[in-house]
Design a protein around this ligand. Sequence first.
Ligand SMILES: [Cu+2]
Length: 320
Amino acid sequence: MASGQRTSGGRVAPHGKRIVGGWITLSVVFDLLFGFLVGPHLPPGRMTSSAGSQQFDIKVLFLAAIPVVVGVIGYIVYAVVVWRDGRPASFEPPAQVTARQSTRVQAAWIGITTCLTLGLFTFGTIELILPAGAGGGEGPAPIWTPASKTVLPIQVIAQQWKFTYRYPTYGGFETDQLVIPEHTPVAFHVTSLDVIHDFWAYQLGVKADANPQSDNVAFTTAEQLGRFVVRCDELCGIWHGAMYNYGQVMTKSGFNTWALTTEHKLAANTKLLPPFAWFYSPSANGAGGSYYGTNATYSKVQVYGAATVSPAQASKPRAG
Ligand SMILES: [Cu+2]
């Protein structure tokens, strides 16, 4: 009796038990293999709170999807091998009700898919809120902010075809080096001087659109030291592909030394810059563009409580 519909005793072969048993076994095996072998290497790594949380989310989605894939492929393989039409002589219609007529099968199908969908919906919503926006830009008035009141503001200014960064709590200097301190919540204030760009700091798990006339805020907290890459992720003109640079996560004291040194080194340049603002209007004064600040206050910095990063710097009058 080769996998026919009925055993020699006339009993129906236990297809349901075989399929469910095989499905559970294979799902557990593949989930374990994936979780332990692939899971730790999933993008975008664990350099920041948002990156780590994205890696966790991707892992959970895979672990949930693998049993579905195993179920579909396993059922197809089982059906092809066991119920294929190649041996009509031994085929007899099953005496049992078919899956379509079975209330149990239908209830299980509806129940499992409903649980999966609602579970992933709940999981996705929580994962968006808990890590303060999950590393994506939340616009000028973020609703999901870090619990910590000591958040370092860094302004990301995109333009064709370059990123620069201003540190408002360090006198508002502007540099093309992005340096952030470890274990300190950072608020990236992303804006653009011309077209729409996108600030994508891959290893940081941060990605936020850079729109002109807009202050797009994204939060993260670095948990590992090291270098990361920043790319523009919005087609923004002919040199879009060359619009990238590198950043670095430093220790808190290393960062503070770097920031104070750079502030001092760039003091003369900073005086020539437009006053710090949440966004800038390059063309407001006609061709050639001089910039003017639309909201040149530190009020938001205080909202995010940057004072503890460098109280003296935060309360210092702006250069220029
Ligand atoms: Cu760009």
